[in-house]
Design a protein around this ligand. Structure first.
Ligand code: HAM
Length: 424
């Protein structure tokens, strides 16, 4: 049998995994600074949760979910996104009762969508996301956007474009919906069957159809911004003002509708403008979802959040030709010349590692020369060679591979010596 990773998934191998760890470290640090505490929810949820929140007429729910029955005949779905589960948890654990609102949460974990595989689009991908639930202060919208930008900038990305829009409130959506129906109805036969279904159920979804993207009616469709009422417009203005204060530049795109149903008011995407990235340029998407908590059974608790995949962040870095500062250095390689020396090598390695000195040794009974080559390949900072004379003297020559120098150090003093020199 010739087994391969399932289509749309990937193995993250050593060499690559250090980059993931670095990005995760940046994310953890920034979440700590912005105060978004980590939440971990299950990988699968009741199917209905996604149908209700992401929306029955969305591509995600209609075409992309990994849904299955468990042995108790319950319909479960591998999570295609994180917001629904976080909101479910917010309601289930009555976080709305906490004195400090909004509750600010973050998550990193695998999401699953049955999508056509291409560069930047996977069937299993890892999203980092945040949700701030329990406030409709426009300043929190700006904070959430600032955090997303900060992650990219700290990772080293320069070619970024922030696009924002407002979808307004329920009244705005209703007026826009009627205008969309009027716009598309006379020509709906030219559209795909999904769009035909969407016309009555959710005409906004027609605007993000991947099949009919090129239809000229798409470009001339009524823009939501033209229907914004006073309150929604004022809210959007306030968000922009806060972004200005934060020195974050943005472009307003009235066609940014996003592919999930729970959004209203602020929506945003961060794109990469790197020329080498390929067709998929959206790195991050998010927005406000006032009403979602109520829909899932909680009291009024307006929320906003975003999600970004680590895969696309790394692809964008690659496209910009930037590398992450990963730390995978080997401190010490112990070469053992015979079985007696090997015993000592194992003992010393354990005492080094206990002090945080990364240590490697030979497990293939190789000759000294081959072990030295290994030490070189692994980029060891120091090497010690243990043989009969070292055991007799209870001391070893610590070779500094970078400087080409060496110093004789008694065994009992090695840990001290290495610890002292490691920080220099
Ligand atoms: P989304 O736009 O569906 O929004 O996904 C957000 C991000 O997840 C995308 O911008 C992209 O970075 C990544 N992503 C989505 N699908 C794939 C894929 N197939 N392969 C690789 N990366 C992918 C949401 O998921 C919302 N829950 C975001 C949100 C949070 N809104 C409010 N709070």
């Amino acid at each position: 049998m010739n087994y391969k990773v399932p289509r749309g998934t990937q193995d993250i191998l050593p060499g690559q995994s250090e980059k993931w760890q670095k990005v995760e470290e940046i994310i953890r640090q920034l979440c700590q600074v912005y105060r978004y505490q980590e939440i971990r929810t299950p990988i699968f949820e009741q199917t209905e949760l996604f149908q209700r929140s992401v929306g029955d007429t969305t591509d995600i729910v209609q075409k992309e979910m990994y849904t299955f029955k468990d042995r108790g005949d319950r319909s479960l779905t591998l999570r295609p996104e994180g917001t629904a589960a976080v909101v479910r948890s917010y309601v289930e654990h009555k976080m709305f009762g906490q004195p400090d609102q909004p509750v600010k949460l973050s998550y990193i974990g695998p999401m699953f969508r049955y999508e056509r595989q291409q560069a930047g689009r996977y069937r299993q991908f890892v999203q980092f996301g945040v949700e701030a639930i329990g406030s409709k202060d426009p300043a929190i919208d700006a904070e959430v956007i600032a955090l997303a930008m900060d992650v990219y900038e700290t990772a080293g990305l320069k070619n970024l474009k922030l696009v924002i829009n407002s979808l307004g409130d329920a009244d705005v959506r209703a007026a826009h919906r009627d205008a969309l129906i009027k716009h598309f109805e006379p020509h709906i036969d030219d559209f795909c069957s999904d769009c035909q279904n969407r016309l009555e159920k959710n005409p906004l979804r027609i605007l993000d159809c991947k099949v009919d993207r090129e239809n000229p009616l798409m470009a001339t469709a009524p823009a939501l911004t033209d229907y914004l009422n006073e309150e929604s417009a004022a809210y959007f203005e306030a968000v922009k003002k806060y972004l200005d204060v934060l020195g974050i530049t943005y472009v307003v795109d009235p066609n940014l509708v996003r592919g999930l149903d729970y959004y209203n008011h602020t929506t945003f995407e961060i794109m990469s403008t790197a020329t080498d990235l390929g067709a998929i340029t959206t790195l991050c998407g998010g927005g406000r979802y006032n009403g979602l908590v109520e829909q899932i059974g909680g009291p009024e608790s307006p929320g906003i959040g975003f999600a970004m995949s680590i895969e696309r962040l790394l692809l964008a870095l690659e496209a910009e030709g930037r590398s992450l500062d990963t730390d995978n250095a080997l401190d010490m390689y112990i070469v053992a010349m015979d079985d007696q020396a090997k015993l000592k090598a194992v003992e010393l390695a354990s005492s080094f590692r206990a002090k945080g000195i990364s240590t490697e040794l030979d497990y293939a009974s190789r000759k000294v020369k081959a072990q030295m080559k290994s030490a070189d390949r692994l980029g060891a900072k120091w090497v010690i060679v243990l043989g009969e004379s070292e055991l007799e003297e209870q001391a070893a020559n610590v070779k500094n591979m970078e400087l080409g120098s060496q110093e004789k150090v008694p065994f009992h003093d090695l840990v001290n010596y290495l610890t002292k020199h490691k920080v220099q």
